[in-house]
Design a protein around this ligand. Structure first.
Ligand SMILES: Cc1cc2nc3c(=O)[nH]c(=O)nc-3n(C[C@H](O)[C@H](O)[C@H](O)COP(=O)(O)OP(=O)(O)OC[C@H]3O[C@@H](n4cnc5c(N)ncnc54)[C@H](O)[C@@H]3O)c2cc1C
Ligand code: FES
Length: 219
């Protein structure tokens, strides 16, 4: 059940160029892998959507790429600070898969550690743009890691039930190779629960709200 709660920050830890933001769980349900939470950065009007990365007992952890003012202020939080968290939201991954292979690109690794835990540590392929970004692969120790110019689509993905999260060009390339893949997409989101239409994307000629129909969609 989704809820909004003010939670205390337990720690912020650097993971390569990203930050792992660990908050107390409070009464929030961690939800299904691939679902997301709206986190309200201090001093910002709009919350920012973040996938759940890890859910150790009593805690929720988010891996954040500081690309703009909202994500930067989330990364600057310190232990003891409070933050409003709303979720879990959206549709996560369907876990009824026979031969799972997790595929992540860049910050798209964020939902995969929690997904790997739910699926019993299946094989994974991760792609990063630099060795520094690839330090995040420590969150998914069983993964094969490639760094640009090698791409995740240079690895063998066929014959698996692919569950992927990453930049849009990577998701299109994965969909072309694996038409049965489950893909976690991103779009800027203002509300996260279907009210603002800020996340509407055109899919097969129809406008869909990614926060309600997604973020995980069949390829
Ligand atoms: C369902 C979902 C889950 C997400 N999970 C994570 C996560 O686990 N970790 C993480 O670091 N980020 C995640 N994101 C992306 C994150 O929400 C955005 O990076 C963040 O909202 C940007 O806020 P900002 O204020 O820092 O930057 P802004 O100033 O808002 O944006 C900086 C730049 O990024 C673009 N942008 C912003 N948001 C998005 C978006 N969602 N998709 C594409 N372009 C965007 C803007 O147009 C602008 O060019 C997720 C997004 C969605 C929709
Ligand atoms: S973010 Fe408001 S409708 Fe999707």
């Amino acid at each position: 059940m989704q809820r909004r709660q003010l939670l205390e920050v337990e720690a912020t830890e650097p993971v390569g160029p990203y930050t792992l933001l660990r908050v107390e769980r409070g009464g929030l349900d961690p939800g299904r892998p691939g679902q997301f939470f709206m986190l309200s950065p201090p001093g910002r009007v709009l919350p920012r959507p973040m996938s759940l990365c890890l859910a150790p007992p009593g805690e929720l952890a988010f891996l954040i790429d500081p690309i703009g003012p909202g994500t930067r202020s989330l990364c600057e939080l310190e232990a003891g600070d409070e933050i409003a968290v709303f979720g879990p939201l959206g549709n996560g991954f369907d876990l009824r898969v026979e031969r799972p292979l997790l595929v992540g690109g860049g910050i798209g690794i964020a939902p995969l550690p929690y997904l790997a835990e739910a699926l019993g540590s299946p094989p994974a392929v991760l792609g990063f743009r630099s060795e520094e970004h690839a330090e995040a692969a420590a969150l998914l120790p069983q993964a094969d890691v490639v760094v640009d110019p090698t791409l995740v689509t240079d690895c063998c993905l066929e014959g698996f039930d692919v569950l992927a999260c990453g930049p849009e060009p990577m998701l299109h390339a994965v969909a072309a190779l694996c038409p049965g893949a489950q893909l976690a997409w991103e779009a800027p989101m203002a509300c996260g629960y279907g009210a603002c239409y800020g996340c509407a994307v055109e899919i097969d000629g129809e406008w869909k709200r990614l926060c309600v129909e997604g973020p995980v969609l069949a390829a």
